[in-house]
Design a protein around this ligand. Sequence first.
Ligand code: COA
Length: 290
Amino acid sequence: MFQADLLKGRTILVTGGGTGLGRSMALRFAELGASLFLVGRREEPLAKTCEEIRAKGSPTGYTCCDVRDFAAVEKAVAAAESQLGRVDTLVNNAAGNFIARTEKLSPNAFNAVVGIVLQGTFYCTLVLARKWIAARQSGNILNIAATYAAVGSGSGFVVPSACAKAGVLAMTRSLAVEWARYHIRLNAIAPGPFPTEGAWSRLLPAKELEERARQGHPMKRFGRHEELANLAAYLLSNMSEYVNGECVVIDGGLWLRGAGEFNDFVDFPDAAWDVLEAARKNPSSGEPKS
Ligand code: COA
């Protein structure tokens, strides 16, 4: 669908780019001609992903950086520029999340997730955008939100993440307007379930939970990494130049399933439908008993 040089000439910094969806996006962007700079906390996956990118023939580099540390983000951007030249595109992908009953959380648990997701996104955005504005150069930012933030619904048991992702979405929409005059474009993706080691080990840590999630999905499957990576490539490319401040949900219709009052009927066996239809033809048999 895309031309092989869709992202040619672009230099993209991906946070959390060594593993999971960050890695998948980085590899796809490299296939489409971009140079990639990866940041993350652990060196090993960063180095490994960079090797894979290099094997595709794209310039690449990495540095270890915890996005919660503003000075470290400044250093990481400087390292990217010295290795690859000007960075024109940022993907705020680094995230932290876990399933927990909120009343059991320590203040530090809340801070850890909000620090990575919300502050980290802001720090990377601020460091790069200041440079773009000062140099009168355009820029492109893609943030990773979540469906429980995108639709304003929230979600129990992931409260720090829900709060942080809602903030990321507010940032995306606010800055899309504020910085359009500088030719800085911001969009977001709200992914549904995409299997990654990081998310699965923290959110669906048992086979039964995974199977339950699959069976509860309208399409009875999880997302494929290339599906998200292609959407990300489109949103970063010039093909979507007039898309700004948008959050695109990619979840196979999962959040809509929760939104519709009668959506649980998808699990009804035919026999249950026969009973319902019989009740409709003979209304008295379907009357609720007091
Ligand atoms: N339930 C409750 N609290 C938890 C927790 C869990 N599953 N995991 C960590 N915490 C708490 C810790 O106890 C600690 O609080 P304390 O200091 O009061 O004891 C706090 O969170 C920070 O944990 P720590 O492991 O020191 O932080 P970290 O900065 O090394 O890790 C996390 C950050 C917690 C977000 C970690 O899960 C992580 O690194 N995640 C990155 C990858 C990821 O989450 N991917 C999924 C994205 S969907």
